[in-house]
Design a protein around this ligand. Structure first.
Ligand SMILES: Nc1ncnc2c1ncn2[C@@H]1O[C@H](COP(=O)(O)OS(=O)(=O)O)[C@@H](OP(=O)(O)O)[C@H]1O
Ligand SMILES: Nc1ncnc2c1ncn2[C@@H]1O[C@H](COP(=O)(O)OP(=O)(O)O)[C@@H](O)[C@H]1O
Length: 179
C-alpha cells in the first residue's frame, strides 16, 4: 500500500454520456492495483446515497456539488486519491468547488469532451431519448446548459480517442501529478 501524505482531487466534468464514469472507474482500478488508496465519487452513486434529496436546478446541483467537494477534500487530506465524476455543468459552481478543495489539497479539472450529437448517439442510460421527448426537465445538453471549461488541466476527447487511449492519458496525467 502506497501511503501518500496528501492525496489529490481529480474532478471530471462533461455531458451525460461523455465517458466520465467509465474513465474514473478504470483509472481508479489501475491505481488501486498499484497500491494507492483511491475513491470514486460518482453522480449516480452520490445521488442514491449521500444526497438523495438533490434535484437538477442550478441551486440543487450547486449544493450537491459543494457537499461532494467537502467529502473529496476530507478524503484527499488523508492520503486518498479522489476521482469526482459529475456533469457539473456550471462554470461558477466548478470554481466554488475548486476553491473548497484547493484550500487544502491539489485540485485538477478534467474536461471529458464529446459533442452533444455523440452523447445522444451513445445514450448509455436512455435518458437523452426521454429528455428529447420532453419527459425529463432540466436535462443537461437538451433543456439545461453545459458550460465547457475554459482552461481545464486536461482534456480527454472521447469522441476522437477510444476508451483505452483516454484511460492511458488520464492515468499518465494522474501519476505525473502524484509524483
Ligand atoms: N436533468 C438531468 N440533467 C443531467 N443529468 C441527469 C438529469 N437527470 C438525470 N440525470 C442523470 O444523473 C447524472 C448527473 O448527476 P450529477 O450529479 O453528475 O449532475 S450534476 O453534477 O449535479 O449536474 C447523469 O449521469 P451521467 O450520465 O453519469 O453523467 C444523468 O444520467
Ligand atoms: N474514449 C472514451 N472514453 C470513455 N468512454 C467512451 C470512450 N469512447 C466511447 N466511450 C463510451 O461512452 C460511454 C460513456 O458512458 P459513461 O461512462 O456512463 O458516461 P458518463 O459517466 O459521462 O455519463 C460508454 O458506453 C463508453 O464505452
Amino acid at each position: 500500500m502506497k501511503c501518500l501524505d496528501k492525496g489529490s482531487v481529480f474532478w471530471l466534468t462533461g455531458l451525460p454520456g461523455s465517458g466520465k464514469t467509465t474513465l474514473a472507474k478504470r483509472v481508479a482500478k489501475k491505481l488501486s492495483e498499484m497500491g494507492y488508496r483511491v475513491e470514486v465519487l460518482d453522480g449516480d452513486w452520490v445521488r442514491k446515497t449521500i444526497n438523495p434529496d438533490a434535484g437538477f436546478t442550478k441551486e440543487e446541483r450547486a449544493l450537491h456539488l459543494k457537499r461532494v467537494a467537502w467529502i473529496a477534500r476530507l478524503l484527499a487530506r488523508n492520503g486518498v486519491v479522489v476521482f469526482c465524476s459529475f456533469v457539473s455543468p456550471y462554470r461558477d459552481v466548478r470554481e466554488e468547488v475548486k476553491r473548497i478543495v484547493s484550500e487544502e489539497v491539489p485540485f485538477y479539472e478534467i474536461y471529458v469532451k464529446a459533442s452533444l450529437e455523440e452523447c445522444i448517439r451513445r445514450d448509455p442510460k436512455g435518458l437523452y431519448k426521454k429528455a428529447l421527448k420532453g419527459e425529463i426537465k432540466n436535462f443537461t445538453g437538451v433543456s439545461d446548459p453545459y458550460e465547457p471549461p475554459e482552461s481545464p488541466d486536461l482534456v480527454l476527447d472521447t469522441e476522437k480517442e477510444d476508451v483505452e487511449e483516454s484511460e492511458k492519458k488520464l492515468l499518465n496525467f494522474v501519476l505525473e501529478k502524484l509524483g
